[in-house]
Every structure is written in C-alpha cells, then in structure tokens.
Design a binder for this molecule. Sequence first.
Ligand code: HAM
Length: 522
Amino acid sequence: MSEGTAKKEEKPRKFQAIRGTRDLLPPETALWNRVEQAAHEAFATFGFGEIRLPIFEPTDLFVRAVGGETDIVSKEMYTFVERPEELELLPSISDLDVFLQKVRQFYKSGEIPPDNLALELVENQLKKVNDSLAGISNRESRDRDIYELIMLFGALRLGNDISLRPEATASVCRAYIEHGMQQLPQPVKLYCMGPMFRRERPQKGRYRQFYQIDAEVLEATRLDAAKDTSKELANDAAVDAEVIEMVMTFFDRLELQGVQLEINSIGCRECRPKYVELLRAALLKVKDKLGPDSQRRIETNPLRVLDSKLESEQPIIATLPHIADHLCEACAKHYSAVKRQLEMRGVIYRENWRLVRGLDYYMRTTFEITAKGLGSQNAVCGGGRYDGLVELLGGPPTKGIGFAIGEDRLILSLQESGKAPAQQGRDVYIAWMGERAHATAIRAAKDLRKAGFSVELPPVEQKFGKALGQADKLGAKYALILGDNEVSEGLWTLKTLADGSQAKYTEPDLLDHLRKSKRVSS
Ligand code: HAM
C-alpha cells in the first residue's frame, strides 16, 4: 500500500444523519416547543391527559392493530430481534433435564418470548422422550420422539421480535389494557407526542423518523349494553365531533393557514364487506384500464384503489359506487349525526367519499386535514373511529376515536406562511474589562438570569469595540458595559443596540428599567 492510500484510509469517516432522519436545530426548535406547548394547553381544555409511551413495542402489536397487509406494517417498519441468539444445542441426551431447566428459566425471565413456542409443548415432548427412554415404547417411536424434541429445542429462540413504532394508536390501546383503564371514569382521553418511524421514500414533508401529536378517546362499553341504540349512536357522534373540533381549535390557535377538513364514513363490519364486494365487482369490469398497483389491489384491498392519485385512473374511479349509498342503517344514522354535530360546533368540513385511510382498524368516521404550503404531502392530520381495536388486542369491549397530527408538516406549513418566530436574540450582552469588573459581571449575569433575562457573558475579557460587535451579531438588545469606572462609581452603563443610546443606572434601577422595557415589548 502506498503512503498516500494509507493516509486516505486514516481519514476519519464523516458521519451524516441517516437518510430520512434529520436534526432539528435552533431557532426552529423554538417553534416546535411553542407548537407542543400550545397542544398541551389546547388539549387540557378538552380534558385530555398526557401519556408517554415506549418507542418500541412487540412487532405483533402493530401487525394485529394496524394490519399485516398494510404498507405501514408489511413494507415500512423497522423490525429487529432484540437479542438474536440461538440456544445452545443439546450436548447429549443425558442432559435433557438440565437443558429443559434452562429453557424454563428463559421463559420465566421473558428472554424467550412467550409467543415463541409454548413451553408446554416442549415439556410434553420431553416427557414422551423420558417415557421412551424408560423403555415403554419401541425403538422407532423413541427415535422419532427424540428427533421431535431436538427440532422443538432448535426452534427456540432468545430475544423478542420488536419494532420501532410506526404510529401511536396501537400503543395507547396496549397501555389502556395493561393499566386496566376501563376501571377509570369513561371515556379516557389521552394524548402523546414524539417520534414515529416508517421506512418510506423520503421527500418534502415525508421522513423516516417523523413526529406526531396524537390524541385518543377510549370508552369501555358494557358487555350487556345494546349496541347501536339511538343514544349510543348520538354519544359516539358527539365524541367524534368533539375530537375533530379539538384539533381544528388547536390549528386555529396556531393560525395555521389553508386548513381543510375532509370526512367520510367507511361503515362497519356489517356493511363494509358488502360494499367491498360491490366495489370489487365494479373494479373487475374496468380492470384493463387500471394500473398494476390498482389491479393488484382489486384482490388484496379494493378500498385502497380509491386512494389512487394516478391521473389516468381518476375518470374511472369517479364512476365507482360510493360507500355512503351502501351504509347500514346504524352507520348512516351515525354519519349524519356526526355531520350535524360538526355543524353545531361551527366546524367546516367537506365530504370525501374516497377517504379510506391506510390502516386496518378504522370503522365509521374517518377524517383528514390538509394545510397550505406542503406540496404533495399535504395531509397534516389523519384520524378516525376504531371501535373493537382494544378487544382485538385482548382487552375488554371498547370504543375508540383519535387522530395524529404530523408535527413536521405542521411546522413546515407554519414556516411557509411566515408564522415562525424570529430568531430569539439575547436580552443582554455583558461587555466587561478588568478583574474587578469580571466579578461584578458574573454577579450581574446571575441576577439578570434569575430575573428571566437571557444573558451572554463572555468568558474572557474583550476590548469594548469587539464586545459590542459580538453583541450585535448575537442580536442582543442591550450591552451592559462594565469597566473599572462603572464598578467604582456603582453606576452601570447600558447601551441600547438598536439606536446606540446609552444611560447609566445603579444596579437596582437597571433591573427595574430592563423589567419595564421587557413588559412594554412583550
Ligand atoms: P396516519 O395518517 O398514518 O395516521 O398519520 C397521521 C399523520 O402523520 C399524517 O397525516 C401525516 O401528517 C403524518 N405522517 C405520516 N407519515 C409521515 C411521514 N413519513 N413523514 C412525515 N409525516 C408523516 C396514524 O398514524 C393514525 N395512528 C392516526 C390515528 C390516531 N387514528 C386514530 N387515532
């Protein structure tokens, strides 16, 4: 290897954020904080409490909740085995009991996931083998029993199959069940915020690590309650409308521009399958005119054809039957009650019969909100009703409705419409010179910070000219000048950087003056 090549190889690798992930930097993070603070405040006025959830969960939770066939679960999840080790294979037949002991411990400590292979199966097989070895069965069946036991042991795997969460609804339902929240006064209103992970093709407004602000309302239903009575339907419609009202109020507070709400009903277990069959039949008639994705979806999930953005398919989709005309009586009643409830709350909506959403758990109400300045990825919020999901995850019969806001997109839209706050400069830059002034400057910085001002204290002495230049660059409002004279006179010089004016203050007067001028400007 030549010296040149060796040198090249020594050069440290330049690391970059992984594709689809990004760093959020100041001053943009100030806007993120403002948005999150506004969410805490707005949601609290609707009686929601914050829940903080893990960012990884058993893969199976998402498979069951979101649906194994959905794009999110089948193509986009970050899934891995926590501790991908195999158990040591059996050393000899005489050690079977010792080995099984180890297996039992791994099950107990959770290192072998409970869904990996039932311990009971292994125990029974070992019993069979022990019986065979005791000479109860013939040689052929003994060999077969041992072989089966070895196969079972071989299939045992340490480590749980886990996934980074692609969304939060499944986790909220898991937590509702785990903490017995059906015992609390119903409905339970929860919200959370944080990163989600989907391995999508990155583009403007679409990331692989993105952030959601998610809200859910869960309500246990009595087992003996008659389903879909007028009262139940009215209750659910009001809850749906209030959840939508909450997110619209939040967007209003943020002055988000170009907000448009679209709603739909996708029916229930009773009426949707019949509509899907009708849709499938209609699609089969026009199959040749559809692209390959839609052709495939005729079989797998015809509803998703309605999502298609392909230009050539639009006139064909326009002729397909609308679900609103095929809802069962209860779903139709519920849908019109939701619309009436939205109107009572002054929430403006548009109906979109093609809004089906890409997650399996929805029923009845679905909705999406778009905003200005986002290009093709313009959905800033999506949500809907998901009665039965908690039950599907092993919990009691429960109704649910919720939404998730794409925070990255929300921020992007606010920035595009000039709603982003300007860079926050320092309030005071302390320009000090001399040993005595240094001690005073440290004390002044401490007192000013305690009073809530943002202060920059240079660590080493600077010439006043340089210090003032630096204060200017940092966008400071004032420079506090502390030299020997100021310290011995007890009169501090305060320079207002915007107009260059200067005045002298005693220490208490200075604090008073700064407080007053802050009140005036805020
Ligand atoms: P979703 O429609 O998959 O619904 O996502 C909600 C929002 O998250 C989208 O409207 C979008 O703003 C944002 N989002 C999704 N994927 C990305 C991405 N790759 N990059 C940036 N933003 C993205 C759900 O997640 C459901 N859990 C909502 C829900 C809650 N339904 C009932 N409760």
